[in-house]
Design a protein around this ligand. Sequence first.
Ligand SMILES: Cc1cc2nc3c(=O)[nH]c(=O)nc-3n(C[C@H](O)[C@H](O)[C@H](O)COP(=O)(O)O)c2cc1C
Length: 176
Amino acid sequence: MEMMKVITMRKSTRSYKIAQISDEALNKIINSGCAAPVGNGAYDTVHLSVIQDYDYLNKISKTAANIFGNPDANPLYGAPTLIIVSGLPNKQIPNVELANAACIIENMSLAATDEGIGSVYILGAIAAFHADKELLNALNLPDGFIPVSGVALGYPTEPLTQEREVKRNITVHTMK
Ligand SMILES: Cc1cc2nc3c(=O)[nH]c(=O)nc-3n(C[C@H](O)[C@H](O)[C@H](O)COP(=O)(O)O)c2cc1C
């Protein structure tokens, strides 16, 4: 798909079909994440966890919903796949793990869009891993790594057909 078309078709999907995404599509999405830029090219400071275990997804969702004070909330939107990006914080480069995760997730979201797969950036529900040691331990992260952000993936209940008009919704100050 043409790049600008993919960029304008991507939008946050918050309603998913139950059907799992194919392994082929998942591999393409993961490879796109691995092609993202990371600070200092330190790819050994980032880690991806692909979660497709329904019970585990449900526990993350319920724990996050309780943290939000709304047990009826569905912060993972019923997506059948969640990829958690974890990182190794670096005191010399504060927040590099967050910046790395954002680059990786956007690459994965665009690759998902190209496959007709819906995606949404997950930041709020990451609190579940910080609140519940069992959920965190199940990620089996290398020493010092912390979950930073995630992307939920799945087939959207409404197909991603609409290309959106590109709006200048961010203030741009140009100095020539
Ligand atoms: C850093 C970041 C964190 C986000 N966290 C969440 C989240 O936890 N849950 C959620 O539903 N959407 C989350 N979003 C999605 C934004 O709400 C969404 O991208 C924004 O409203 C623009 O809409 P669009 O993605 O449809 O273009 C997040 C997006 C970013 C970039």
